[in-house]
Write a protein that binds this ligand. Sequence first.
Ligand code: GLC
Length: 565
Amino acid sequence: MQKKWWMESVGYQIYPKTFYDSNHDGFGDILGIYEKLEYLNDLGVNLIWICPFYDSPMDDNGYDVRDFFKVHESFGKLEDVKKLLDRAHELGIKVIMDFVLNHTSDEHSWFIESRKSKDNPYRDYYIWHDGKVINDKKVEPTNWGSFFGGSCWNYDELTDSYYMKIFSNKMPDLNWKNPKVQQEIVDVGKWWLDFGMDGFRIDAVSHLDRDAFVDIKNAKDKYPLDWHKFSNLPKVHDYLKMLNKSLFTTNDALTIGEVGGQATIKEAIKYAGFNSNELSMVFNFDHNWCNNLFDITNPKKLKTNVVDLKKTFNKWQHAFKDNGWVPLNWLNHDQPRLMSQYGDYKFPLQSGKMLATALYLMRGTPFIYQGEEIGMTNYPFEDVNDFDDISSRATYTYELEKTPDDPVRALKVASLRSRDNARTAMQWNKEEFAGFSDENPKVLVNRNYKKINVETQLNDQKSLLNHYKKIIHLRRFSEFKDLIVYGSYEQIDIENEYIYVYKRIYEHQTLLVINSFSRKKQVYQLKHYDIKNIVISNYDKQKIKNRELTLRPFESIVFEVKEKL
Ligand code: GLC
């Protein structure tokens, strides 16, 4: 296996709008990230991924790009990005940005041209299709649904035609079959790599090809959402091989594709196997919903399906063990907060530390999501107008249609899954607005910032933040660093529904990582091992008697061991 710099990195994801407001306008910005680089350096991360800061009408918070070469005014200027890159590089921190290439904004100049007429030179930059006529009425070319609700086609009067958009109406999909589009995207990528970016998180990358435009049969919904119609289709791989050759490899760029929840292991290896010549890694979401979240409305009823979670991680760890590399992330800007998802509200500190240990000692490159390191939680939404995110509003509408006389239920359901949970202001200190901004912030600030914030935790040796630092230190600088990065991974007792145990082995070293996901006492047998050391734990004074380890609620402990023969 060829070793790469990013295998030894620890990543951190930044949602710029809510990270830190340096210019007092109530929104986070690029210079806000610049000002917090010392914090990130001290945390120990050496790779940051920044979500979109392109110029955009912000229908989908910047994933709707109006101009690839301009920074949105609330985020700052191009020279701010340069300043950020220079300082990050001085500190030894690499920077990657979101590369959005499935769609643009409808306000992008290509689309403005494309809509004008059927013979406009930009017409084929997007996917246009005539409608069907059924009973003398014009309808969409197919009944396919979109991710943000409704049809995946939008009608445009100007040319009496429909364009495809698998996200919002304001996000028309690019037509990747057109070689001119491919070249434009190569040019955009090249421009940013030349500017100093170290690579990309590639947005919605599995959707670049479309199935034949045929209706989905026997559907219950008017616009059924069937991912197969626009996910992981064969041509995506041709496009990625082209990008790899003409852009990524030539510029030694790190690339992590978002392939969502539908890519199988086989498909993922095609994208990111060592010999695939496509991407460095792919983000999947298989581990994000291993609980009963979709069946409940009361967050206190949430229950993690530990066996399911273990099997999911095991599957990805094993499939990629000799063939490729995986990112390790609990969540991103599209999911609820980790503490509100798999953490325990009665044992926040213990469960938070346990979750960090459980994931970030696996084989792969960690990506910590902003605020995760201090245990930020979901937002207590009180009204549908609290939602900024277009898809949270769509979920609310969809749920309300199911029970029109119960808006409270619809709000609860949408709140539990809302992407806005992860998009509240970063909680820096106890001061007003959580130290995110000194002006009235234009983003949500969770009321619990006096309890959960960076400053308090930096001063507390036993905090979650300091536990994250220790884990990062172990990965990057300790005597176990090669083992944690390159060692093998072996999960044991996979059917145990409370404890997640795995071994990492490298040359003469073995680590045994034991994590309890239970509020109750659990017992684990250590008779097969000679314990050499305790490497990290989240409780004092371990309870080991006659080689039996008694785990307290959410206890996590990592031993250096020697296996007894
Ligand atoms: C990805 C992004 C998400 C965005 C979507 C459309 O899934 O993570 O935030 O809404 O793509 O660009």
